[in-house]
Ligand binder design. Structure first.
Ligand code: PLP
Ligand code: COI
Length: 341
């Protein structure tokens, strides 16, 4: 299979049309078989529930080329499970896990020419999503749905590649207690758009949200979980019911404990403790682990001693081990790597 003529190394995190997407429709209480399509547009009634009441959720995972030329994905079962949680919370039908994984395999295989080569610094981003498609004007869930998967080759999420970020503690909230912060609903991102544009205008790369009830503990950013390295070389990450259960973060905790022998804790983290950490990173499928050099809390600057000019040593080990597993250089725990043949 010949790869597309793309300058992989200069890709940013953007959308590019590929050859195929996957589409399945839900009607009369059941999903159809689903198929590949080369139509990358969606035409719906003006009153579709997704347009009026934002009934939509999504997922994000990647396909990688390994050193020996295989194409693999990373823990797609966890994306299927999280999408099930999202769908249930938004009163949408569940797209079954086995069918989800099959659809991911099918659409990646059909777009194999777009999976960036090993060592190029790029990957194929896979975006499954679902929406309520029929017309509703009273506030209620749709009865018809579309599940789609689009894929697009991407480079680093943050402009400038892997470089220490400057982030601010946010005054605006992302997710309420007992709200929807723990699922991947489009609405969580719509309400963050104002704040991310404002952050960029003020010279910050991202917002770190605090818990909405007390504004005293660290939650996550608009598109990634947060991870800290303590001064004695342990790893810790916020525990909260209103953050997205990041698959990258959960995997990194295993990497920290089982591969690097580090103490790794999930616990409530106060904004007053920020000074006590040695390193900080943002972790997610898109972000991988992006090092944070500085957090600004209304004029108070927290500079991480390791990581102002480059990735700190522990963050680097975590990054190299995780990406080593994802790209097949390091043996993965059972079931983490799913090969696409
Ligand atoms: N938190 C938010 C708000 C996200 O959008 C993402 C991206 O998916 C993450 C965390 C990281 O999750 P994952 O590692 O599963 O990609
Ligand atoms: C991902 O990492 O997959 C996400 O969905 C984050 C998004 C902000 C691009």
């Amino acid at each position: 299979m010949e790869k597309k003529n793309i300058d992989w190394a200069s890709l940013g995190f953007g959308y590019m049309e590929t050859d195929y997407s996957f589409v399945a429709n839900y009607k009369d209480g059941k999903w159809d078989e689903g198929t590949l399509t080369s139509d990358h547009t969606v035409t719906l009634n003006e009153c579709a529930c997704v347009f009026q009441y934002a009934q939509t959720c999504f997922e994000g995972l990647k396909a990688y080329t390994t050193e020996d030329g295989r194409i693999v994905t990373f823990r797609p079962d966890l994306n299927a499970e999280r999408m099930e949680d999202s769908a249930k919370r938004l009163k949408m039908p569940v797209y079954p896990k086995e069918k989800f994984i099959e659809a991911v395999k099918k659409v990646v295989k059909a777009n194999a020419a777009y999976v960036p080569p090993f060592g190029s610094g790029a990957t194929l981003y896979i975006r499954p999503y679902m929406m309520g498609t029929n017309a509703v004007i009273g506030v209620k869930p749709a009865t018809e749905y579309q599940f789609r998967i689009l894929v697009t080759p991407v480079g680093p999420y943050f402009k400038g590649g892997v470089r220490p970020l400057t982030v601010r503690l946010s005054d605006l909230d992302r997710a309420a207690p007992h709200g929807t912060g723990h699922i991947k609903a489009g609405l969580n991102y719509a309400m963050s758009l104002y704040n991310i544009v404002d952050a960029h205008e003020q010279g910050y790369d991202e917002n770190i949200y605090l818990d909405a009830a007390t504004h005293t503990t660290i939650e996550e950013t608009g598109g990634a979980n947060v991870l800290f390295v303590t001064k004695d070389g342990g790893v810790c990450t916020p525990k909260s019911d209103s953050i997205l259960p990041s698959i990258t973060r959960r995997s990194l905790m295993v990497v920290a404990r089982d591969y690097l022998g580090l103490d790794a804790q999930e616990r409530v983290i106060s904004k007053d403790e920020l000074d006590s950490f040695a390193e900080c990173g943002l972790c997610g499928t898109a972000a991988v682990i992006s090092p944070v050099g500085k957090i600004v809390d209304h004029g108070r600057e927290i500079c991480f001693p390791a990581g102002m000019t480059e990735m700190g040593p522990v963050t680097k080990k975590l990054y190299e081990t995780l990406t080593g597993i994802q790209m097949g250089r390091i043996e993965a725990p059972e079931g983490w790597i799913v090969e696409i043949k």
